[in-house]
Design a protein around this ligand. Sequence first.
Ligand code: ZN
Length: 408
Amino acid sequence: MLEKVILVVCDGLGDRPIKDLGGLTPLEAANTPNLDSLAAESECGMMHSLGRGFVPGSDVSHLNILGYDYEQYYSGRGTIEAAGVGLQLSDGDVALRGNFGTINDQLIITDRRAGRINNVKALTESLDGLEIDGVTFIVKPGTAHRAAVLMRGKGLSNAIIDADPHKGDVSIRDVTPIDNTAEASFTAKVLNKFLKKSHEILKGHPLNIERQRNGEMPANYLLVRGAGKYSKVPSFKERFDFSGCCIAGGGLYKGVASFLGMAVLDVPGATGLPDTNIEEKFRTAIKSLALYDFVFVHVKAADSLAEDGNFKGKRDFIEKIDKAAGLFKELSKDVLLIITADHSTTSELKSHSGDPVPILFRGHGVRVDKVAAYNERACTEGGLGFITGKDVIPQILNLFGTLHLTGA
Ligand code: ZN
């Protein structure tokens, strides 16, 4: 009987054939005996996380894979980032993600990351709790130069443009509404006042004065983007009756998990970078089955390496995943193991793509097929065929025997 689930998502794992790899993808070129032997004990297939014809962003593809149709539950990255830094969201809150950047006296952005300042806690504290026109601003630090900003008050909207122009050497810009509602223009007006006031505070902040004295760039402006409006999301436990936890290095993935009410576990050495300790993550995942029904493990670096065009680095990182995946070979078949990706990232284009990704289901009751290699082409022959991200949770519930009967 199936009792528990481990879902491993290898970010950006899929790729396209690469000439310098002999016409193989990085996953095909990698030596992956463990993943291949897991595939041989599994039902395999291919997955389009959002469906055919979409190039998935990581946030929405994770929502779909975890059973939350992004069209219904996603209103902008800001809400997920806010959940990821531990903010408790309430109905009607508007959340934004932000960078501390540097602007000069002419209000030109001279560095979007303030020289990659690595700790902005003192700066966020000086802005946290500001109140403007009845709206409270809650500001918390993210990793390095990043922060999350929550606007709490009546009549707010996320129909506003990003204050962040997404590039440097240009002037900062005012937030403007993108629809004609009173809520959007009110939100834009209040946010502009906040950004102006925060610039005044940040300019004179002791940390920035000290930075300038040391020849460093002052983190004197908050560039915000990705506004999302929160409305209550039923938790993963409420919807699927699984107590869930997340093991990830990257903030976004912890954010997705927190957004769904999953516990976020801290694993030493889980960095979200190529140096991450995958073995420790997988070992912790297996141990966590004692406390949780559903363990979501995220491994980031295959995606980042492909975005840098580093297909050999991606291949080598996949071999590191494979080595750690040896731990799963001893896993009881009472645990449903799923290994997949959120999307493909092509090393040639250095970007996400709409190509499907391999997926395997290993555990009691699955119809083991003839696929004996875990990669983009071998898995096309698998019993699952081509599925979408939205099919994953129903497929799990079906295997557990808890999917509701349709008809009589
Ligand atoms: Zn991704």
